[in-house]
Design a protein around this ligand. Structure first.
Ligand code: ADP
Length: 526
């Protein structure tokens, strides 16, 4: 099968979170299953120049239209992490992918719409039939419109598959944004196409909705998330569209890339360990990894356990409970470690203030930046990993943590619910239990669970270590998910004709609203 994946990220070259890791892990696993896979991402300026030394200029100059102007672009090809990667360079006057970051700019919608146009033009020039065009999140969803509506004769694509990594980000914009890249914006402003489902904003275009409507298959990144996004609270306004497209939706749990994440061979660790070692050796190696951090950050050598998180400090990740974890871990005599930064300036400055407050404290390590090597070293040292997310589509950190002998303390949602089994869950065999779960994202429930975990660590090390062992033995590799993706790629689906679908009640409601609502001057951007 010839599969082309299109995404905003590819780890470790250009990574902001889990998406980049998923793209590389899935691609490698599909390659191992002898599929022909290529990946296309923007040529972000944050890709290290050393990596680009091996890049080959594939197409030196191809044009894209934006607001009637012809803009020059180039395509580069590179072999990265064992994958065939194409980097599309926009020589755009606004420096679209020269921002020192992947997302978080005011013009993210025009930037990624432009990227979709670039990919469409590039695929047209390449003129090679594609069995599966695999899109990831709203950033690439509009590519489906170009392929099916504008270039169906020029780019032969069998199936379009959309993976939803996070439904909270939808790429909301205005008709003019579609016009800018050469699409007929107003023709998409219907309830069966890209019109946002919020009846208060009938003029708003929703790119992720477009991906959902146009895709032949939709994959959510865990089975529980596939169910949650069909509900009113979990669908963030797209539940009615997803319900309507339910026959093409499934949930596939992400894997972790074991060539990057394996405590026996991790290039960032001085002290390796493996799930097949004796428990005493694992504990000893983890202690040595703690000592490295004790020396580096000058924290207490006697305080235990080590509790921490490696995370984007986004609202979704419950920043208030991460702070609670810090306070409670200190109270209970442990060391708290947080590696993370926030896309939200107010949250970032709050944590900067906490860092000031606890500067030099022997029980606190707060590193408010992105540091891949340190992330590996922290997982290898921690005893407990807190993942108190309000929503968590899949979550990679709990799986990485378990693989490194860390017990997760997680809220029971999305992929956390699919991977963490509470140590007191009497309905599951003890060999399947691997951590601690709580239901409500409240300080009370979280603290009770943290206390339960620390009590077990302090009073019953044998049981605690057995739980570590259970987590380390789980198979989080990409092999199984890649096979499930292949099934999804080849499953026959009933195609939905965009012009002939029956309207759901909410869509009818939107249609009526469009007719009566006044125009909003500008649509929300994200
Ligand atoms: P999300 O994609 O929502 O950010 P995931 O749990 O799916 O969350 O994936 C996060 C990935 O990013 C994990 O591999 C985690 O280790 C990594 N990560 C998050 N924050 C940092 C950071 N500050 N430094 C290094 N790695 C980080």
């Amino acid at each position: 099968m010839r599969i082309v994946q299109v995404a905003a990220e590819f780890a470790p070259l250009a990574k902001a979170g889990g998406l980049g890791e998923v793209v590389v892990g899935l691609t490698r696993a599909l390659n191992n299953l002898h599929e022909d896979v290529e990946v296309i991402i923007p040529k972000h300026d944050l890709i290290h120049p050393k990596i680009l030394e091996n890049a080959r200029l594939e197409i030196p100059d191809f044009k894209c239209v934006e607001n009637g102007r012809q803009i020059a672009n180039a395509a580069w090809q590179i072999e990265a992490e064992g994958c065939k990667l194409h980097l599309l360079e926009a020589r755009h006057p606004s420096g679209y992918f020269h921002r020192g970051k992947i997302y978080g700019c005011d013009d993210d919608v025009p930037r990624f719409l432009y990227f979709c146009r670039m990919v469409a033009e590039y695929l047209k020039l390449k003129n090679q039939p594609i069995d599966v065009l695999h899109l990831h999140d709203w950033h690439t969803a509009a590519l489906a419109l170009f392929i099916r509506d504008l270039m169906s004769l020029d780019v032969k694509v069998g199936k379009i598959v959309l993976t939803i990594h996070n439904i909270e980000y939808q790429g909301k914009c205005a008709v003019q944004d579609l016009n800018a890249v050469g699409l007929d914006g107003v023709s998409y402003l219907t309830s069966t196409k890209l019109q946002d489902n919020d009846p208060n904003y009938p003029e708003t275009i929703n790119l992720l909705k477009g991906g959902i409507v146009y895709a032949d298959r939709i994959v959510a990144v865990s089975p529980t998330y596939a169910k949650e996004i069909l509900t009113q609270t979990g669908g963030f306004g797209l539940d009615s569209t997803l319900k309507f497209c339910k026959s093409k939706l499934s949930g596939i749990l992400n894997g972790i890339d074991l060539s990057l994440w394996s405590p026996e061979s991790d290039r960032h660790l001085k002290h390796h360990f493996s799930s097949t070692d004796a428990l005493a050796s694992i504990v000893k190696a983890k202690r040595k990894n703690k000592e490295e951090l004790i020396r580096r950050f000058q924290v207490s050598s006697v305080a235990t356990p080590w509790v921490g998180a490696v995370t984007r400090i986004a609202e979704q990740k419950s920043p208030e409970l991460l702070e609670e974890a810090l306070v409670q871990t200190m109270r209970l005599g442990g060391v708290f470690v947080l590696l993370g930064s926030s896309p939200t300036p107010a949250i970032q400055s709050h944590f900067e203030a906490l860092k000031q407050k606890y500067q030099g404290h022997p029980q606190v390590i707060l590193q408010l930046e992105y540091d891949d090597a340190l992330a590996h070293q922290i997982y290898a040292a921690l005893d407990l990993l807190v993942v108190p997310s309000k929503t968590e589509p899949c979550g990679l950190t709990q799986m990485i943590g378990m693989h490194y002998g860390v017990l997760p303390i997680a809220r029971s949602t999305g992929g956390l619910k699919d991977t963490v089994v509470d140590c007191d869950n009497g309905l599951k065999p003890s060999a399947e239990r691997n951590g601690f779960l709580f239901e409500k994202a409240t300080a009370k429930e979280f603290t009770e669970t943290l206390e339960r975990a620390i009590l077990l660590y302090k009073t019953n090390p044998a049981t605690f270590q057995n739980l570590m062992r259970c987590g380390m033995h789980l198979d989080f590799s990409w092999t199984k998910p890649a096979k499930e993706y292949l099934k999804a790629f080849s499953a026959s689906v009933k195609m939905i004709g965009f012009n002939t679908v029956q309207l759901s009640p909410i869509m009818e409601q939107n249609k009526a609203a469009t007719a009566t609502k006044p125009k909003r001057p500008s649509a929300p951007r994200s």
